[in-house]
Design a protein around this ligand. Structure first.
Ligand code: FCB
Length: 445
């Protein structure tokens, strides 16, 4: 293995999201989000985000921890229902105060605040009015964004309108994320409205003329490959998945304008085409300051594999026919962003990380997670290669600072470079955390 040095000024961060770390679900006037409601549905046996990592009360400890590790930037998310408990209307001062303290503490410690505006936790009150399926969401979202920009506009280095909008598809079409609906027609409308929210928010942001802040969006790319590269049915399947159930749903309208022919044909065939008004696609396609890429893995499709039967609308969210990690896909993805989607703005890897089920400390209290180090290292090697070949990547945020509430997997899946004992809330830095700290300090490895 060679030596990998990153360019001067490359930003090393960690990432979390409100619903996954904050806890304090019912404190200080916070309203419920769809994830609170979803996890408490009668008959649903899910862990809940009620307490999570209790970062609401322990943010100072977590920031001190980041400082010790040398972390340069923290990507967190605002909880909409902490700020506007009903989604619109009355602003919860205690919620604003919390984020003011959090941001202040980050800055005092020399850690750059980067914030996701929406990381999957829609106020439940808005879901009762149709959530993302109701075009009024654009007004609701803008009201929320306006409060954020007025209060914290210049305090945040990188503003991210949405994290992984595909979660809306999973939550409204496939039903295994909140709000737990299985209605693909509705989901397609949700996606369209979400994209409008994004576009309008960028316009609003521009009207604030914030000299120090930038705005972008985070879209995860799980690229589908044909498992048999020369097999026409596999090729067709991979393309179809990328365009109709994957990143193409978002990247095409965001960067090329409109939906792709493949997606339009699919939506027409099944009667899922959303209501689109004149000017929508212009609104959606706003010039951005940066693009946030969440990269985890690639997916391999095989048309005749029984686990990946014919693509059925609403419900066939495929998993790969191959096991393991495909790190090299990162190079393809970065190339594709440039070539296919014409992206010529800076990119940040806003998430990448590695899951484990159980990571108990040894007798000395140490936590050995070599597989996580291996994974992150391999991704960074690919990233370094891609940057040598011209990819304009400015920073990397490791998911995650802490073990946390991993959505439907609850507390059983751990992504942290720091272990959280969810009984005592004790934090213990894992080997991967110590390793990452070295990477940051030497700007490479
Ligand atoms: C991403 C999510 C993030 C976290 C990681 C593991 O898809 O954005 O909240 O759950 O996966």
């Amino acid at each position: 293995m060679g030596e990998y040095k990153f360019p001067e000024g490359f930003l090393w961060g960690t990432a979390t999201a409100a619903a996954q770390v904050e806890g304090a679900a019912l404190e200080d006037g916070r309203g419920l989000s769809i994830w609170d409601a979803f996890c408490h549905l009668p008959g649903v046996q899910l862990d809940t985000p009620d307490v999570a990592c209790d970062q609401y009360h322990r943010y100072e400890e977590d920031i001190a921890l980041m400082k010790r590790l040398g972390v340069q930037a923290y990507r967190f998310s605002f909880s909409w229902s902490r700020i506007l408990p009903e989604g619109t209307g009355k602003v919860n001062q205690a919620g604003l105060d919390y984020y003011r303290r959090l941001i202040g503490c980050l800055k005092q410690n020399g850690i750059r605040p980067c914030a996701t505006i929406y990381h999957w936790d829609l106020p439940y009150a808005l879901q009762l009015k149709g959530g993302f399926g109701n075009r009024e969401i654009v007004k609701w979202y803008l009201e929320y964004v306006n409060v954020l920009l007025k209060n914290f506009g210049n305090d945040i280095d990188l503003w991210i309108t949405f994290n992984e909008p595909i979660a809306v598809y999973v939550g409204y079409a496939l039903g295994f994320f909140a709000p737990g609906l299985k209605d693909e027609k509705y989901a397609r409308q949700c996606i369209h409205n979400l994209l409008l929210c994004h576009g309008e928010a960028v316009k609003l942001f521009r009207s604030f003329h914030l000299p120090k802040a930038q705005i972008g969006i985070t879209v995860d790319v799980w690229h589908h490959y044909p498992n048999r590269p020369d097999h026409p049915a596999d090729i067709a399947m991979a393309r179809h998945q990328n365009e109709t159930q994957g990143y193409g749903m978002f990247l095409h309208p965001l960067f090329l304008g409109g939906y792709s022919d493949e997606l339009n044909a699919y939506m027409e065939k099944w009667g899922f085409t959303p209501e689109i008004q004149p000017g929508d696609f212009e609104t959606i396609r706003q010039p951005l300051d940066f693009y946030g890429l969440n990269f985890y893995n690639a997916i391999f499709d095989q048309a005749d594999d029984p686990r990946q039967m014919d693509v059925q609308p609403g419900g066939n969210f495929q998993t790969s026919v191959r096991e393991g990690y495909d790190y090299e896909a990162l190079q393809d993805v970065l190339r594709m962003l440039k070539e296919k989607y014409q992206l010529n703005i800076p990119i940040y890897i806003t998430e990448n990380g590695f899951p484990q089920t159980d990571e108990a400390p040894d007798e000395k209290g140490e936590i050995h997670d070599p597989a996580r180090i291996e994974c992150v290292k391999n991704v960074l090697i690919q990233l370094h290669k891609a940057m040598e070949n011209g990819a304009d990547v400015r920073g990397y945020f490791l998911w995650s600072l802490l073990d946390n509430f991993e959505w439907t997997a609850g507390y059983s899946i751990r992504y942290g470079i720091t272990r959280v004992d969810f009984d005592t809330q004790k934090r213990t830095v894992k080997d991967s955390g110590k390793w990452y700290s070295q990477v940051i300090r030497s700007n490479g490895f």
